[in-house]
Design a binder for this molecule. Structure first.
Ligand SMILES: [Zn+2]
Length: 576
């Protein structure tokens, strides 16, 4: 497979080279797009009307006449009817298997009131597949703070006959009923496990049906592997990847990879069914990174054509809402002053070890203290020598000190942002929910609330911006996310007050963050991310010129066609 690809690519390039100046081109296009608005994202030729594709690669970008002249005898000619052709988009922070499982396979019971929560749970129980379990997803504390008042009796009343597992939107909390507690022997005498806790009645200490983090893992694993809800990672990818294609996505960064996820992508790729460029970030922890980094580097020797390994994924602190973000001293209120999950010497060693093995780090950074810690570690590594191949990336960046933005640029680091986080829906809460006000009043305090999501500041400091959704947790639709990034309002909610208007970005920057810059972050800039001759034909046809329409209409963008490596992988039937 790989040898064949190499041979065909070399032949194509040789043919392209010989066609320059020759009387007639030797390669004929098999797929043509004409009569369109081609936004190439390539500074050398930003706009054109037509594109020719041959053997999966872009053969020509130009006028209709120039491109039609390249057509082979049985080429498919797509009349764009003035629609817009863009490079295929990337999602540079996504968890496709878990996103598919939680959001598209489980019953969603999200709601903003307890009544809604329980009505949806009852409906879910009534339609659950036959078996021992009722499994649901989606309750969330910021959607509805009254969820903390839910009692075990209410959960038992909603699902009396079968075991219940209800997973919170952020997956850190689950609710179970008495049947589940009994099946797992969880009682007033059960101790909290390391890294987790059992919710309890304050007087009797009896479990109240809430399990957090490690306390829920046995239940989650059982449901995933031994229930009517069981499904393999490979089966999830079989529907998740085409679904992401249908949104216009042709490249992704798997933000929490492990051996099972890698094997599932590779199996699909070997079967010719992986319609996505995949870069896997393999997770490490403070007690595993020394052992894991050489192992991750070793994986590069046996990758399949569309799966690459360039990153170590590092979870360096927790979330602001849980008081687990690493905030610099003097910012926020006292409970916020946690120190993250790594010491500075550990982070220094981790970065140098990754670099020594040809890997970059991709770090979950919420607090400004963590941003500084990682930047200090990269600066320390630079004192020992250059690293031209490094693409160290900080993801989320809910807070970062302005001085550290300049250092990120100087150290050639990349900011990986979730554009969709600039509006309240990503955080939760009913329409009109004021996350900033809530944050200012809580333990984070007004100074941190005002400094949240410094997206435009990073851009203005010259830091390259790549973007991704962080699906399962937040909206996977890139057009919704771009609208939020440009407006700081929930998609389609043009009348609401923007949440962080000072940090919105222009659509051109947001589109580059999903194409050209994203491809650079993923080490794919030579093969994708712009529409240019010789690159892979990863293309998306949409029904509007996203760079010209009002940003508040981006959520309504319809993806008419997605092309991966020159192959049509999504096409909306005419009339839809
Ligand atoms: Zn994530």
């Amino acid at each position: 497979m790989r040898i064949f690809c190499w041979l065909s690519c070399l032949c194509l390039l040789a043919a392209l080279a010989t066609s320059v100046g020759a009387a007639a081109p030797t390669v004929r296009a098999d797929l043509l797009f004409v009569n369109g608005n081609v936004r190439t994202l390539d500074a050398a030729r930003p706009q054109a009307s037509a594109v020719a594709v041959a053997a999966g690669r872009i053969l020509r970008v130009g006028t209709d006449a120039e491109v039609r002249a390249m057509a082979g005898s049985d080429a498919r000619i797509v009349d764009l009817h003035g629609n817009t052709l863009l490079p295929g988009l990337a999602d540079t922070h996504v968890h496709p298997a878990i996103g598919e499982y939680f959001n598209r396979r489980l019953c969603n019971v999200a709601g903003y009131t307890l009544e809604e929560n329980f009505t949806r749970l009852a409906r879910c129980a009534a339609t659950a597949p036959a078996g021992d379990w009722v499994v649901a997803y989606g309750w969330y504390f910021t959607d509805n703070p009254h969820l903390s008042e839910v009692t075990l009796a209410q959960l038992d009343a909603a699902v009396p006959e079968r075991k219940l597992l209800l997973i919170a939107r952020d997956s850190h909390t689950v609710w179970v009923n008495s049947k589940t507690l009994a099946a797992y022997g969880i009682t007033a005498d059960t101790a909290d496990p390391d890294g987790g806790s059992i919710g309890r009645d304050p007087v009797t200490k009896a479990p109240n049906g809430v399990l957090r983090d490690a306390a829920a893992w046995r239940v989650l694993l059982d449901v995933q592997h031994h229930s009517a809800y069981s499904v393999s990672t490979a089966e999830l990818f079989l529907t998740a990847i085409p679904y992401l294609n249908s949104l216009g996505i042709t490249s992704l960064f798997e933000a929490l990879g492990d051996d099972d996820i890698e094997a599932a992508y590779q199996a699909l790729d070997r079967a010719g069914q992986l319609s996505m460029h995949v870069s896997i970030g393999f997770a490490v922890a403070p007690d595993t990174y020394r052992k894991m980094i050489p192992k991750i580097a070793g994986k590069r020797a046996h990758q399949t054509p569309h799966v690459t390994v360039n990153f170590v994924k590092v979870l360096a602190d927790g979330n602001g809402e849980d008081n687990l973000a690493n905030i610099l001293p003097g910012r926020g209120r006292p409970p916020m002053a946690t120190h993250g999950y790594y010491t500075q010497p550990q982070m220094n060693e981790l970065v140098r070890l990754a670099e020594a093995h040809g890997l970059s780090v991709y770090v979950h950074v919420i607090g400004d203290g963590t941003a500084r810690q990682v930047i200090d570690a990269v600066a320390e590594a630079r004192r020992h020598g250059p690293c031209p191949r490094c693409r160290h990336t900080l993801t989320h960046l809910q807070w970062i000190d302005p001085a550290d933005m300049i250092r990120m640029k100087e150290l050639h680091m990349i900011a990986n942002l979730q554009e969709g986080w600039l509006a309240p829906r990503a955080i939760g809460g009913p329409a009109g929910y004021d996350y900033l006000k809530d944050t200012a009043a809580g333990p984070m305090g007004p100074a941190l609330a005002a400094a949240m999501y410094p997206f435009r500041s990073l851009h203005e400091a010259g830091v390259p911006i790549a973007a991704g959704s962080d699906w399962f947790y937040t909206d996977e639709n890139p057009w919704n996310d771009m609208e939020v990034g440009a407006t700081s309002r929930d998609p389609g909610d043009a009348a609401s007050t923007p949440m962080v208007p000072a940090q919105t970005l222009d659509v051109a920057t947001l589109l580059a963050a999903r194409t050209r810059v994203a491809a650079y972050q993923l080490f794919l800039e030579r093969s994708t991310g712009t529409i240019a001759v010789g690159k892979r034909a990863d293309l998306v046809v949409v029904d509007r010129d996203v760079l010209a329409v009002p940003p508040s209409t981006l959520h309504a963008t319809r993806v008419l066609m997605t092309v991966f490596n020159g192959r049509v992988v999504h096409e909306l039937a005419a009339g839809h």
